[in-house]
Design a protein around this ligand. Structure first.
Ligand code: ADP
Length: 279
């Protein structure tokens, strides 16, 4: 029995969109303004159409590097945290300006893993999201780097923004998580290492085979690479949420994903894959 999983994405009403540093910044570390503008336009359009959107945005350290004219990402944790503090301000200032040209109000939420693990704090976060979404405000989420060392440490297994976006998607019971990166989707190996690797259209089950495909390292600008994206896919799909990994070079691609077009890689949410037999 064949099943067009992509068709189901047309029904997504509540969407979490995560953009990586590599999508938001030039190679020199500065924010790529035309892309931020197109992302703002696209998301504003979705909210105007009645969809509920949450944006999880990386890019604070890159924005801080750009502001201080630094050429290389520092290794010292305290300096990275200071850069994130400078850059987060810069990033939100930019989002606020860009979104206001499309009449869209934004809000900033800085979270740590401890916040989400604590039941009372978790409830507060849930309430804040619900109220913001009810008011058609766009919540923009990032990890609170001042108190959290997960995102900016070199540890890949936890605390990056891919994981954060999955945690948020589960928290708000989203229908779909879209992760925009610098790559067209999930390949059967790192395509930057060998051009023979091919793009996988749909993943219905994450097995050791997929984990092997994701084994490579991320880009210089990003922190997560494919391992954390696959982990995010594993987390959300187990909660019945679909995830699409796609190239963020043109954020308008989000509209095509929501039209059910074959863009990037679709990781099918668990219960939702029941109309097809997993191969
Ligand atoms: P972002 O900043 O968007 O989070 P990352 O640089 O962390 O992006 O991760 C994306 C990178 O992961 C790709 O540019 C690619 O080099 C690498 N990668 C490793 N394995 C794979 C794979 N199987 N499929 C696609 N990309 C892969």
């Amino acid at each position: 029995m064949s099943c067009n999983y992509r068709e189901k994405l047309k029904n997504a009403r509540r969407i979490v969109i995560k953009v990586g540093s590599s999508t938001l910044t030039h190679d020199n570390g500065r924010l790529y303004l035309p892309r931020v503008d197109r992302l703002s336009m696209t998301i504003s359009e979705l909210i105007n159409d009645g969809l509920e959107v949450i944006l999880v945005s990386s890019g604070a350290i890159s924005a801080g590097m750009g502001k201080l004219n630094l050429k290389e990402r520092p290794n010292v944790m305290g300096i990275k945290q200071a850069l994130a503090a400078i850059g987060q301000c810069e990033l939100m200032n930019l989002y606020s300006k860009m979104f206001s040209t499309y009449n869209q109000i934004v809000a900033q939420l800085l979270l740590t893993k401890n916040d989400v693990d604590d039941p009372i704090r978790r409830k507060n976060i849930e309430n804040t999201f619900e109220h913001l979404l009810n008011q058609r405000v766009l919540p923009i989420v990032n990890e609170n780097d001042t108190v959290s060392t997960y995102e900016i440490s070199s540890l890949e297994q936890f605390g990056d923004n891919d994981t954060l976006s999955a945690v948020v998607a589960i928290l708000v019971k989203a229908d779909l998580l879209i992760i925009l990166s610098d790559i067209d989707g999930f390949y059967n190996g790192n395509p930057k290492e060998c051009s023979d690797y091919v793009l996988i259209d749909t993943v219905t089950k994450i097995t050791d085979k997929e984990r092997l495909f994701a084994g490579g390292q991320g880009s210089a600008m990003g922190t997560g690479g494919m391992v954390t994206k696959l982990n995010a896919a594993d987390m959300v799909t187990k909660s019945g949420i679909h995830m699409v990994l796609a190239n963020g070079k043109d954020p308008l691609v989000i509209l095509d994903i929501l039209k059910g077009e074959n863009i990037g890689t679709l990781f099918v949410g668990k219960e939702k894959s029941s109309c097809c037999i997993d191969k």
